[in-house]
Design a protein around this ligand. Structure first.
Ligand SMILES: [Fe+2]
Length: 375
C-alpha cells in the first residue's frame, strides 16, 4: 500500500445506534412535505409507522407503500408519478434493500427527464440531484442507505440492472438496531448473509483500498461473531447492534468497490428462479472463495483470519456451516435447480461490470466449473 493513492468517498451523513430513529425529527427540520416510501405491511404491523409519524408532526406526509421485493420498472415509474404529483422536499425510505433502492431511484429520477429504462440503458444521462433522501434500513444487510446503487429488475429481459450514480447516495442514513427486532428469521438470514457477501467481495475486489479493506474485515468479523446469535434470538439487543454495525461497515466497504462474481451470478438465480437475494449470492460464495484463493494468497489469509479459519478450504467450510445454522441452503440443487438450469445461469449470470472486479478472471468454462461445484 506504500505510496498508493487512496480514493475514498462517502457523502452520506450517518446516524447510528439504539434510538437513532429520533434523528428523523432533526433531519425533517424545516422540510414541509415528506413522502414516505415503504413496503406494504412491515411498518404498520410493527407500530413503527406511528412512531415515525410522531417524529414528523406538523409536516405534510404522503405514503407510497407499494414497494415489493426486487423492484421493477413499473414500481419505480409509479413512485415517480407519486413524487411528481405530491412534490415532496424530502423522501424518507424505510425498509429493506428493495425499499431503499426504490426510494433512491424514485427521488433521483423524479428530478431528471427521461424514462426509467433509458437511464438503466445509459441512453439518457443523469444531470440533476433529484429530491433529498433520508434512508432508514429495517434489515441488516443491503447497506443501500449508504451506497450509490439501486438495483432494478427489467422483467421483460429477465435481468437486474444496477443504476450506479454519485447522486444515489442518500443525504442521510439513520441506522437504528432497535428497528431490527421485528425481522423474521428468513429476513435475518438473507440480509445478514448478503452483508457477508458484500464485505468479502469488497475485500478481494480489484477496486479495494486500505479504507474499504478495514471496513470489510471488521464487517466479516462481526458477522461471524453475531449473525448466528441474532438469528437464534432476534430480540437480542447486542446481536442486533453487531449486525447493524456489520451491515454499515460492509456498505462503507462495497460502496467504494462494487461487488464481484457472487453478485453477478446471483441475479438470474433471483430473476429466473425466484431465490432470495442473500441466499442467491451466498450459494456461490464458498466456491468463488476457493477459486479466487490462489491469486491473492496473503489477502485471502486476512479473510480467513476474520472468519476464524485456518485456510481457504476451512473458510469455505465455515461459511457453509454458518449458512446451515441460519437455515440457508448451500447448494443449487437444494434450491430447486437441475443440471440443465445451469446453462441459463451461465447465459444470464455473467455481468461484465461485476465480473471485471473479481480478482481472478472468470471465463465461461471457469464459471461452469464453479457452478458445478456449487450444485
Ligand atoms: Fe447484495
Amino acid at each position: 500500500m506504500a505510496n498508493k493513492k487512496i480514493d475514498y468517498f462517502m457523502p452520506t451523513e450517518i446516524t447510528f445506534g439504539h434510538g437513532a430513529i429520533a434523528e428523523l425529527k432533526n433531519i425533517a427540520g424545516r422540510k414541509k412535505r415528506i413522502l414516505l416510501v415503504t413496503g406494504r405491511t412491515f411498518l404498520k404491523k410493527t407500530g413503527w409507522l406511528d412512531k415515525i409519524r410522531g417524529l414528523l408532526k406538523g409536516k405534510k406526509i404522503e405514503i407510497f407503500d407499494g414497494v415489493y421485493e426486487n423492484p421493477d420498472i413499473a414500481l419505480i415509474e409509479a413512485g415517480i408519478k407519486a413524487a411528481k404529483s405530491f412534490k415532496p422536499d424530502l423522501i424518507i425510505g424505510i425498509g429493506g434493500g428493495s425499499v431503499l433502492d426504490s426510494a433512491k431511484a424514485i427521488a433521483l429520477l423524479a428530478g431528471n427527464k427521461g424514462s426509467v429504462i433509458s437511464f438503466l440503458d445509459k441512453k439518457v444521462k443523469i444531470v440533476r440531484r433529484g429530491i433529498a433522501v433520508a434512508a432508514v434500513p429495517t434489515t441488516a444487510g443491503s447497506s443501500s442507505e449508504i451506497t450509490p446503487y439501486s438495483v432494478i429488475t427489467v422483467k421483460e429481459r429477465g435481468i437486474k440492472i444496477t443504476l450506479a450514480h454519485e447522486y444515489l447516495y442518500p443525504s442521510f442514513a439513520v441506522i437504528d438496531p432497535d428497528i431490527l427486532s421485528s425481522l423474521s428469521k428468513s429476513q435475518i438470514a438473507n440480509s445478514g448473509i448478503d452483508a457477508l457477501c458484500h464485505s468479502i467481495e469488497s475485500y478481494w475486489n480489484v477496486n479495494h483500498n486500505p479504507v474499504s479493506d478495514m471496513f470489510a474485515l471488521e464487517s466479516i468479523r462481526l458477522i461471524f461473531r453475531s449473525l448466528k446469535s441474532f438469528f437464534r434470538s432476534p430480540s437480542s439487543k447486542k446481536a442486533a447492534f453487531d449486525m447493524a454495525a456489520a451491515s454499515m461497515f460492509a456498505g462503507l466497504a462495497f460502496s467504494n468497490t462494487r461487488t464481484t462474481a457472487c453478485h453477478s451470478i446471483s441475479y438470474p438465480l433471483t430473476t429466473v428462479f425466484g431465490i432470495p437475494h442473500g441466499q442467491a449470492c451466498a450459494v456461490t460464495l464458498p466456491g468463488v472463495l476457493t477459486y479466487n484463493a490462489s491469486v491473492i494468497p496473503e489477502r485471502m489469509m486476512n479473510i480467513c483470519q476474520a472468519i476464524g479459519a485456518k485456510n481457504p478450504k476451512d473458510a469455505s467450510a465455515r461459511i457453509k456451516r454458518l449458512m446451515k445454522d441460519i437455515g440457508l441452503k448451500t447448494g443449487l440443487k437444494a434450491l430447486g435447480l437441475n443440471r440443465k438450469d445451469l446453462e441459463t445461469v451461465l447465459d444470464k449470470g455473467f455481468t461484465p461490470e461485476r465480473m471485471v472486479n473479481n480478482p481472478r478472471k472468470i471465463a465461461r468454462a471457469d464459471m461452469s466449473r464453479i457452478l458445478a461445484g456449487c450444485f
